[in-house]
Unconditional design. Sequence first.
Length: 134
Amino acid sequence: MYAVSAIMRKASDRALAYWGLTVAQAPVLVILREAGRPVMITEVARRLLLETPSVTTMVDRLTERGLVERVKDPKDRRKTLVALTRKGRHLVDAVREPGHQLEEEMFGALDQGERETLRTILQKLHDANIGRLD
């Protein structure tokens, strides 16, 4: 599993480098795009299974590039949320199709039934071990 993971990471790194993104940064943008609203950094970190300081550093870098912005929570002005900028939305949309193509290339050796079996197995492993991260 480690070898396959390393191969996938390197292929993803190469694909995302064109847009100046890393494998770690891209999921932050995707989460914000899917949310369609500003989100607390702690929520992004929870969804990525990462520590909040790590996600804060990524958000800082994405903010410097104008891809995300910090906004005050309208319900509690003491809280800060993070949201995609227009530039960030355009970038996520631009990366989406090449991402699907890369996925097709990476999993092209598997037929549809094997892909579904793999998804099921990986979900079971995820669900059985998610508590180990706490």
